[in-house]
Design a protein around this ligand. Structure first.
Ligand code: ADE
Length: 240
């Protein structure tokens, strides 16, 4: 039962794209996951294969038609009745590592990639679709967002990554950014690897890494830092 991705898109040639390489590419060849694209344009009904129309109420750009998207979606749902349905849109719920983990533990997903100014909102009222955003910036379409979401899921599927913790204690599962890493050469352009990392004292190394993770999180991600502080503050004091 491989993880199945069914992608609804106007640009099926964008897939697997980067997911055909490296870790995800090898896993795809080994049938650890599978990918299918559904060309939305195939579900248009006029001879020009129109999939969009002007926004009701006026405004710039074009809106993807609900009727055509629904036909493409229903086609995919018939083949994959148990998969959750996601739509990539900057108006969606923010993607998090816990959502990625939940998806990676499931059977896969049907993913709708939006283009133009958006999708007719009635689609979301008539089908059980979870809108997902990968961040507070605007891509030219949902395809790169879908590739990003899938990359994040695939690396968590058992057997895809070599051991390496299976992703636990990584950034966002601890609530802090990861600590900085170093490797040889010991001296490079006049900079040395911090002495503590070469001391062999694992208690000191652990404390140093914790301090660096806190420093970088406070500076770069005040949002994560505030959450981390409030979690620490409400924790019972350790006895020792
Ligand atoms: N489509 C365009 N921008 C997007 C974003 N930030 N997240 C998901 N889908 C998108």
């Amino acid at each position: 039962k491989p993880f199945s991705a069914s992608i609804l898109t106007l640009y099926p040639e964008m897939f697997p794209g980067p997911l055909g390489h490296s870790l995800a590419g090898r896993a795809l060849e080994n049938n650890i996951w599978s990918l299918e694209t559904v060309a939305i344009r195939d579900f248009a009904n006029d001879r020009h294969h129109t999939v969009d129309d002007t926004p009701s109420g006026g405004g710039a750009g074009m809106v993807m038609r609900a009727d055509i998207l629904a036909r493409a979606l229903d086609h995919s749902c018939e083949k994959h009745p148990d998969l959750p349905i996601l739509a990539m849109t900057p108006r969606g719920y923010p993607l998090t590592q816990s959502k990625v983990r939940q998806l990676s533990e499931g059977a896969g997903a049907i993913i709708i990639c939006g283009r133009f100014e958006g999708m007719d909102e009635r689609l979301f009222e008539k089908r059980a679709i979870e809108p997902v955003s990968i961040g507070d910036y605007i891509l030219s379409g949902g395809e790169m967002a879908a590739l990003t979401l899938l990359d994040a899921c695939i690396r968590l599927i058992p057997g895809v990554m070599g051991k390496i913790t299976s992703g636990e204690d990584e950034s966002f599962e601890t609530g802090l950014l990861e600590y900085p890493q170093y490797t040889r050469p010991v001296e490079w352009e006049g900079l040395s690897i911090p002495e503590v990392l070469r001391s062999g004292n694992h208690a000191h190394i652990k404390a140093w890494r914790q301090a660096m993770a806190e420093r970088d999180t406070r500076l770069r991600r005040p949002d994560l830092w505030e959450r981390y502080r409030s979690v620490q503050a409400s924790r019972p004091l350790a006895r020792n």
